[in-house]
Structure formats: structure tokens, C-alpha cells
Design a protein around this ligand. Sequence first.
Ligand code: NAG
Length: 547
Amino acid sequence: MWLSVLLLGAFLLSGPVRGSDGSASTAITCFTRGLDLRKGTEDVLCPANCPLWQFYVFGDGVYASLSSVCGAAIHSGVITNTGGAVKVQTLPGQESYPAVNANGIQSQVLSRWASSFSVTAGAKNAALEAVGRSVSTARPSTGKRPKKTLDKKAGNKDCKADIAFLIDGSYNIGQRRFNLQKNFVGKVAVMLGIGTEGPHVGVVQASEHPKIEFYLKNFTATKEVLFAIKELGFRGGNSNTGKALKYTAQKFFSLENGARKGIPKIIVVFLDGWPSDDLEEAGIVAREFGVNVFIVSVAKPTTEELGMVQDIGFVDKAVCRNNGFFSYQMPTWFGTTKYVKPLVQKLCSHEQMLCSKTCYNSVNIGFLIDGSSSIGEINFRLMLEFVSNVAKAFEISDIGSKVAAVQFTYNQRKEFGFTDHVTKEKVLSAIHNIQYMSGGTATGDAISFTTRTVFGPVKDGPNKNFLIVLTDGQSYDDVTGPAAAAKKAGITVFSVGVAWAPLDDLKEMASEPRESHTFFTREFTGLEQMVPDIIRGICKDYLDSKQ
Ligand SMILES: *[C@@H]1O[C@H](CO)[C@@H](O)[C@H](O)[C@H]1NC(C)=O
């Protein structure tokens, strides 16, 4: 991908050179990133009133290209949050980008990124002219080259989303209104601007049992999607929306089935009346999978009908943020045309997709591994196996989750830090290569060491921090003080004890509630069974911290 960006950049630079008098400014959004722009230099125009707390900015002065351009401009003091013109200069990638708090924006640490940019004040004269224009038409025409030709095949590039329409196929809606629903979904699909580089959609039908009608990868042109929607047959049955939502969250968005990395996942649930089952568990699963759930309720229950609804709060239980944004109401299936555009605008609001961050892609997990003599080489391998199996569940990347490991006896050895390996493959291989130390057990010192040297550098980053202490015996030093300090530093501690590890120490180290953060097994072979519980525990803490 980087290669193609470079080639494209080279191609563009070889074209006619644009005037450097600032007459050409592209209006960008709050969330346009450096890598969304062309290579070289570009004059852009930032809008006013961007939501500062949602900016992703990596670095200081020189910013990683996945940073928000307007965020970087405010961070560096080039503009304030009233918007303005900015000149963006593309720069080579850096080994590391520091975190600095400036002008109301906390930038984040990042290591090794393929390209960077810097920002300076841009030409002001074009600013007023360009304000209010849409992104796709913003570059004033000089007669030489239009900025973007409408590429039908590529679709609407400003609306990147992977969307599942979960349509209602229950007896509630009936055959006749089912057809009106198809009509509406078709209109939404047309307005979205489906295309290879724009939104992708698929359809799942909820009834007694859910059925995936087609996946994201099946069609990438509006015409094909419309045809497929037209062909959908009504299934009938109870309105088991919860079951269908859970199924869709789990099965629909796999990479094999066409989901794209780094693009918001959305399920639009159409619901005539109310569900016959419960939405709460489905909502939790969808949140864990980072799916933004929209509930479009049509003909919602009347006052007389409320008695029949299992759970009146079903909408709030299903959505990940109960802020009104993720629910949408239409009074009936008749005359729905005017409801198309507002719904499409919601689905295309990239910056509002708050549910895209999950326990899988937004945590740092540090493993503190006991390497004392009592364990022995074979059991030590079982411990590493456990570490691998936990790490495997997470989406490890530069912008995702990260893993670090420290081995301890009386001494501590940092095996690798959070930014040393940022792919799952490299992390798993680094775990595999850890050599058994053998020695005594000073767990308290090891916790202090890990808090300071491993978590210290990432403590201001975006991820939630977890420490998993893995030990087989009594510590020679005090664990209470160091564990309390780790927790005070915002680290959630899980303790995992094997064989002779005293339960009191394990509980003392663990975060509250201690019962759910303390694990024990008599045998090293029992570690494997704990893996799902640990992962579940991390996800639960992550979700609780976001409520
Ligand atoms: C979608 O793609 C899958 C796999 O390529 C295929 O099995 C399925 O029949 C396709 N569905 C439709 C509706 O074309």
C-alpha cells in the first residue's frame, strides 16, 4: 500500500505544478489524516469547532501520517480551533514520535511509521472562498485539473464504512411491509455511494433464525446491491432480533467475508414494533467486537402495547453509547423517503463511531512471568504457552493493542516492551524465544520494575493498561506496596498463581473486585483453561471503564 501511495505521489508531482500563491486550498474534515492527502506539499483548510478530545495525533512538530491534520495544526499552534488554512509538508517516516500535551491536545507516542508530515500556516486568501464547500468539490478549479472526478466505481470515499443491514423478517412486519422495508434499504444503499473505496454493505435477515443474505464482499456496486435486495425473500417467524444481532456481530465482519481493517463496522438493525427476545447480551457482544449498532425502530410500541414488550429499554441495551446518536425512529413504513438522508448522514459520520474501539484493539497487556527455579523448564514453557494464548486474542498493531513481557527471579529482565513488537506474529515469536532464568522470587520488586520501565512510557497513551502477574510461589519481598502503586498508576492487575503460590498474596496483588482478578490452579496444565476467563475479564474491565 505504501508503495502505491509513493507511486501515486510521484505521478502527481510529475504533473503540472500548482501555483504556490495559495490559491488552491482543499477543505478537509476534522478527521482527515496526513496519509489521506497527496504527497509533497498541500494547502488545506481546517473547519472550526473540531472535537479536540477525539483527535488522534502522534508526535510533536513532526507528526506520523496517521495523525489528524487539523489536530496536528492545533497541537502545534499553527491554527486555533476556529479553523483556518494550513500548509502540509510530507516528510519521511521516523523511528519514534513523542507524546506532548499542547494547546489542548494530548499527542500520543508511536514507534516506526512509514511517513510523516509537518504543518505551517497556510495561505489565507483562499480560505473564505472554500468554506462550506463539500470536500469533493473544494479545490477551486484553475481550469487545469479538477480535484476529483466523480468515480462511480470507487464510490463515496468520504463515507468509509462496512455496514450490515439487519432487516426484520418476522411476522410482526409481515410480507407487505417487508417489501416497503426493502424499498427503504435500497434507497439508503443508493444514497450511501457504495463503491470499492466507499461504503460496503451486506444484508442479514432476522426472523426465527438469522440468515446472512449476502456479505460485504459479494457486491461493491450499487446496482448489484439493489438487485440483491430486490431478490430477498420474506422468511417470517418470531422477531428474534437479539439472536440475530449477536450472530451478525460475531459472524458477519470477518476479513474472509470482506470486512476491511481500520474501517468502522456498523450494524443497522431495522425493527418493526419490538423484539421477541432480549437485546442486552447481543449489545455486549457487539461492543466487544467494536460494532456500532444503530437501531432503526419503525412503528414503535404504543402505550397499550408496552405491556407485551419484554424489555422497554431494548434500544439502550443494544447500542454502545446511549447518547441518542445510535437510535432512529420512523413512524411507519409509508412515506419514508425523507428519512433516507438523515440516516445516511449518521452512517457516514466517521467521527461519531465511538464503538469502534474495543477491548481487543485498545489495551496494553504486560505479562510479569516468574522464572524461579521451582518451576522448571517444562512448566516454564507451559507458562509461556499461556502468555501466547492470551496475547493471541488481541489485535496487536501500532494503533491497536500492545503486549510486553518481563521475567523475574530476584532480578528482573525486560524481555520486550510495548513498542518493541507491534504485530501479533512478532509478539508470539518473541514470547516463544524467552529463555528461562531460574533463581529466587522477588515479586514485589518485579512489579515496581514493570510499572516504572514498561508501563511508564505508555502511561499517557490511549490504551487501557493491564498487568498479568504469573507466579508459582511465595515472594521473598512484600507485594502489597508495589501492587498498590501499580494500581494507583492506572494499571489493572490480574494475578495468576500456580502450585505453591499463596492465595493471600495473589488476592493482595489483584485489582478490585479481587475475586474476579485472582486466578489459581494446582497444576501448570490448568493454566490453559484460564485463558478465556482472563480475556473475558480484560474485556469486562475495559467496557466498565468506558461506561
Ligand atoms: C457471496 O459470496 C460467497 C463466497 O464467495 C458465495 O458463497 C455466496 O453465494 C455469495 N452470495 C451471493 C448472494 O452472491
